[in-house]
Design a protein around this ligand. Structure first.
Ligand SMILES: [Zn+2]
Length: 76
């Protein structure tokens, strides 16, 4: 039975992504805690997500406005 192999047991107990609460933010390396935000397939912690949103907002303000149902008036 493969389930009793020590290497598999160690992997199950220590490191399987999604099965442990010790998940780390790929951006800053700290524990994600209870809440994470998936951006492009990576789970970011709140401070890194806040920073990402801030960057995204400054480069794509119209997309953010649309996502929030905010009208954009372009008078040009
Ligand atoms: Zn982070």
């Amino acid at each position: 039975m493969m389930e009793d192999h020590p290497d598999i047991r160690a992997a199950l107990e220590s490191g399987y992504p999604g099965y442990t609460r010790q998940r780390l933010c790929p951006c800053c390396g700290y524990d994600l805690g209870d809440k994470s935000f998936e951006v492009d397939g990576e789970n970011l912690c709140l401070p890194c997500f806040t920073e990402w949103v801030s960057d995204y907002l400054s480069t794509n303000p119209e997309e953010v406005a649309e996502a929030l149902c905010i009208d954009v008036h372009d008078e040009s």
